[in-house]
Ligand binder design. Structure first.
Ligand SMILES: CC(C)(COP(=O)(O)OP(=O)(O)OC[C@H]1O[C@@H](n2cnc3c(N)ncnc32)[C@H](O)[C@@H]1OP(=O)(O)O)[C@@H](O)C(=O)NCCC(=O)NCCS
Length: 157
């Protein structure tokens, strides 16, 4: 996937994060409802995340009506070099509109012949609903950051 690629869906624009997005990324990552496992309390933490995003690739800013409303990534899996990992995070005022599913579906459509994984804690009902709608099924469990997660999988043909 070309790094400079932009994707347009019915309601959203997906584009790579850039260094100019520090404030927008911080607004997303300091929202404690969204980043429930450890929202950022300083801009420095977000600066480090932006550097991680540049290193990893596969992270996309999700824009709606000219505003950054979230993030979606389809990045190389940290566990399986052959697989990609899907993740999504929306600013909490934008939940309940189908944006995460719409953004993830567009990104998945750019892949073929790949195993896609999503690592979800069993009580994250909203996230489970997203992967279910996208056709993922639970393929196992994995301890990640000290907590047991379901490993949801989708084999793209
Ligand atoms: C996970 C997360 C992205 C899901 O957000 P979400 O808004 O619930 O998910 P979707 O974008 O798919 O939206 C689905 C909802 O939009 C509603 N919806 C409204 N209009 C819609 C439309 N046009 N199309 C589809 N769904 C629509 C659906 O009915 C559903 O609402 P409900 O949950 O009240 O039934 C969000 O909860 C989040 O950011 N959580 C914190 C971060 C996180 O846990 N990430 C995952 C880590 S594994």
């Amino acid at each position: 996937m070309a790094v400079s690629m932009h994707l347009v869906t019915e309601r959203l624009q997906l584009r790579p994060w850039t260094t100019a997005d520090l404030d927008a990324l911080h607004q997303l990552w300091s929202d404690p409802t969204t980043i429930w496992w450890g929202a950022h309390v300083s801009l420095e933490q977000t600066r480090e995340l932006l550097q991680q995003i540049e290193r990893e690739g596969g992270w996309w800013a999700v824009e709606y009506a000219g505003q950054v409303v979230g993030n979606v990534f389809l990045r190389p899996s940290h566990h399986d070099p052959e697989a990609l990992e899907l993740g999504y995070h929306l600013r909490s005022p934008y939940w309940g509109q189908g944006f995460a599913t719409e953004a993830a579906r567009a990104l998945l459509a750019t892949t073929s012949g790949k195993l896609i994984e999503a690592i979800v804690v069993p009580d994250n009902a909203r996230s489970q609903a997203v992967v279910r709608k996208l056709g993922f099924t639970v393929g196992g469990q994995r301890t990640h950051a000290g907590a047991l997660h379901d490993v949801w999988q989708l084999q793209r043909s």
